[in-house]
Design a protein around this ligand. Structure first.
Ligand SMILES: *Cc1c(COP(=O)(O)O)cnc(C)c1O
Length: 468
């Protein structure tokens, strides 16, 4: 019996030619497809040996196709972000503008003047074009770009304060996640940390009293991802700049999120802008490119020319250098700001959407699902449109929310199962679960993907088993 059933199983080669398998395998490398099919056959063999009935041909083909799709999902792949978090660190932070994507394509598909001066016909600087844009936008004398903001902080501290003391307020000794902790970065850069103040309050006199012969700099860190509320005090940049000037120190501000436009415009709290920090007298400012700037992953160092030049000349600069694709995307993003058109940047379009507009989209999605969905396979899950609160995320504007809207599926104990089925769709859909309700928040979903989201939800609802 068993031997016969085993013999009756199709071979890997036969399965590889089945239409469902061919369809699932499109564009995926052959060895990965073959592995997935072999696993499906091995699993069927195992089940037969354990006394289960042999899968029929169609079942086996489906199992192989699903394993191929699972294999594809282990590669880097786009997905629909229905979490309601605009800058989701795990989902790739900021999506890029059309112009940024075109710029990447144009520069990546051929040669460019990356390090070539077209006027003189001699070697040029890869940093010059973005430096020009960054200095115009920020008001800083000079600027340079590195791999990310963590690298920017490390490079700045290494170039400016190695072997000397850096004063920092105790309340700003933060951890960003992914093991970026200010005290550890300071140790890595070879500078000596001089903590001042208390967790909740730090005063100007705390800084003044800490200054000594060994002091090189004051570091101010924007507590991007948390908020201290209640009895608190910190010293504004302008005052710190006065202290730094009086004692001949360098004032460094790590802004985290490099915002260039007022966030109040989007009903959010004010996030300190790069221009404000530079204008208030910070000597060096560091920030990310893929947080509220809405560009590619980079770290920007902007500030006084002599200090930026020190960073440029430091040996670490080469190790944390950005590539041409990133520079192309950053340049296009910065041009949107210079043009006064931040709404070309996807995150600003997302943040500008009203709750009414989001509700209307959610209703259209629910209607489409209801039209398409086979009710008896829905486990009786109730579908509705609900008000939600979306966040900016990415370690920006902690505690700040925007009124948003979501498609809600009251799936109770099956919410996790339904969420897993959504993640198996093509493209995968990631939402969030609150008290047994699966929420697909539309704040960070590109409207052109609404129908894909609806269709993915239909398939996921059908895939959830309603037995037991
Ligand atoms: C996010 C953040 C960083 C790290 O920036 P990356 O670009 O993610 O490397 C450093 N400092 C602060 C204050 C931040 O918010």
């Amino acid at each position: 019996m068993t031997a016969e059933a085993l013999r009756a199983l199709p071979s890997v080669d036969q399965l590889l030619m089945a239409p469902a398998v061919v369809e699932a395998a499109r564009g995926l490398a052959r060895p990965l497809v073959a592995d997935a099919v072999r696993e499906a056959v091995a699993e069927a063999r195992e089940r037969i040996r354990n006394g289960s009935p042999a899968p029929d041909r169609a079942e086996l083909e489906q199992a192989a196709a699903e394993r191929i799709r699972a294999r594809r999902r282990r590669l880097l792949t786009p997905l629909i972000n229905a979490t309601g978090v605009v800058l989701h660190t795990n989902l790739g932070r900021a999506p890029l503008s059309e112009e940024s994507l075109e710029a990447i394509r144009a520069v990546a598909s051929g040669y460019s003047n990356l390090e070539y001066d077209l006027e003189s016909g001699s070697r040029g600087s890869r940093q010059a074009p973005v430096e020009d844009l960054l200095t115009r936008l920020s008001g800083a004398e000079a600027a340079m770009v590195v791999n990310n903001n963590a690298a920017a902080v490390l490079l700045v501290l290494s170039a400016v304060a190695r072997g000397r003391e850096v004063i920092i307020a105790r309340g700003e000794m933060i951890e960003i996640g992914g093991a970026f902790r200010i005290p550890e970065v300071m140790a890595q850069s070879g500078c000596i940390l001089r903590e001042v103040g208390t967790t909740n309050r730090t005063h100007r006199r705390d800084y003044e009293q800490a200054v000594g012969d060994e002091t090189a700099a004051i570091l101010k860190v924007h507590p991007s991802n948390y908020r201290v509320v209640g009895f608190t005090a910190s010293v504004p940049v302008r005052e710190l700049a006065a202290v730094a000037r009086r004692h001949g120190l360098v004032l460094i501000e790590d802004l985290g999120s490099g915002v260039l436009v007022p966030t109040e415009r989007y009903g959010l709290a004010h996030e300190p802008t790069v221009q404000e920090s530079v204008g208030a007298g910070a000597d060096l400012v560091t920030f990310s490119g893929d947080k509220l700037l809405g560009g590619p992953q980079v770290g920007v160092i902007a500030g006084r020319r002599e200090l930026v030049d020190r960073c440029r000349r430091h040996p670490l600069a080469r190790a944390v250098r950005v590539d041409k694709l990133t520079l192309a995307a950053l340049q296009a993003t910065l041009l949107h700001y210079l043009d006064g058109r931040p709404e070309r940047i996807p995150i600003y379009r997302m943040m500008a959407q009203t709750q009414d507009a989001l509700r209307a989209r959610a209703e259209a999605i629910v209607n489409r699902v209801r039209r398409r969905h086979v009710p008896e396979r829905s486990c009786g899950f109730e579908l509705r449109v609900v008000r939600t609160a979306s966040t900016v995320g990415g370690g920006s504007l902690p505690g700040e929310v925007q009124d948003s809207a979501a498609v809600a599926v009251a799936a109770g104990s099956r919410a996790e199962e339904l969420h897993a089925a959504l993640r198996r769709q093509q493209p995968p859909i990631v939402g969030r679960i609150e008290e047994g309700v699966l929420l697909l928040d539309l704040r960070a979903v590109d409207p052109v993907q609404d129908e894909l989201l609806a269709d993915g939800l239909v398939l996921a609802l059908e895939a959830v088993s309603c037995t037991s």
